[in-house]
Ligand binder design. Structure first.
Ligand SMILES: [Zn+2]
Ligand SMILES: [Zn+2]
Length: 275
């Protein structure tokens, strides 16, 4: 069941990208490209579903990071490189074009390196370098994560309980009179519950060291900053806008990056398009 929901999620992401591109014309270019990427990701996800039997939630599965089966993916990667070369902004298109001229062995190396290290190494803002393997492998990671149960007894870990990666964003979901905070994984897009007042980067928990900023243009997106480590996390507040699709609304919130940079905060993990 979880797997089926993810395929529907892709349609929701695509529709939300269309909506936001209309609401905020400055996001049009970025989101039009994202939409093409999401359509490819959806088709890859659906092909993966038809390729293997769902295994059901199983506590004894090997670590998600040990499960990359690269051979079957390489022909799809070629197709993906073509799509990026034809539709991406010029620098990215050029890098996809150059990579497509290299042998599949080189592609495998890039994909395997990304799979092993992403979200866990110390390269925080490498959105451009990582775009090709990240966008391509995201549905695969999402597919594998859907098989893995979340261990509720683990408490509120700062790293993803499915794959060990750092969070991309926070999400506030309506719960009773307020909201419950979750973190969304930068690698496998899993969500897990997290404490409201706590820095996921450095574990600061003193409330006055954790200021929250909200821009007029995106009243439902918070910049959860930390005065101690100077990193910030964006949190999409679904109690304020229930139509938001956190992954996509984060891509559209381009002005928040500029604002945070001017105020001396860095983003802990960049999103797919570095916006
Ligand atoms: Zn994860
Ligand atoms: Zn911190």
């Amino acid at each position: 069941m979880a797997a089926k929901n993810v395929a529907n999620d892709y349609d929701g992401r695509i529709r939300r990208a269309e909506r936001l591109a209309t609401l905020h014309p400055f996001t049009h270019e970025v989101l039009t490209f994202y939409k093409q990427v999401a359509q490819f990701q959806k088709s890859l996800y659906v092909r993966m579903l038809s390729g293997g039997k769902p295994r059901g939630a199983d506590k004894n599965l090997p670590s998600l990071r040990q499960e990359l089966q690269i051979e079957g993916l390489l022909p799809h990667f070629q197709e993906f490189l073509k799509l990026v070369a034809a539709n991406a902004p010029v620098t990215l298109a050029e890098s996809a074009h150059q990579l497509s001229a290299q042998p599949p062995r080189a592609w495998a190396g890039i994909l395997q390196d990304y799979w092993a290290t992403s979200g866990r190494d110390d390269r925080p803002n490498a959105a451009f370098d990582q775009f090709l393997p990240r966008a391509f492998l995201q549905p695969y990671a999402e597919h594998l994560a859907a098989d893995r149960p979340i261990d509720e007894a683990a408490g509120f870990p700062s790293l993803c309980p499915s794959c060990g990666a750092r969070p991309l964003i926070g999400v506030l979901r309506p719960e009773g009179d307020g909201g419950k905070r979750f973190l969304l994984c930068s690698f496998c897009l899993r969500e897990w519950e997290f404490r409201r007042i706590y820095c996921a980067t450095c574990a600061e928990e003193t409330e006055n060291k954790l200021p929250v900023y909200v821009a007029e243009q995106f009243p439902y997106i918070r910049v959860d900053a930390c005065e101690t480590c100077k990193f910030y996390l964006r949190t999409i507040d679904l109690t304020k806008d229930g139509n938001a699709v956190p992954l996509v609304d984060d891509l559209a919130a381009i002005p928040l990056s500029l604002w945070a940079e001017e105020h001396g905060y860095s983003r802990a993990q960049s999103n797919l398009l570095g916006t």
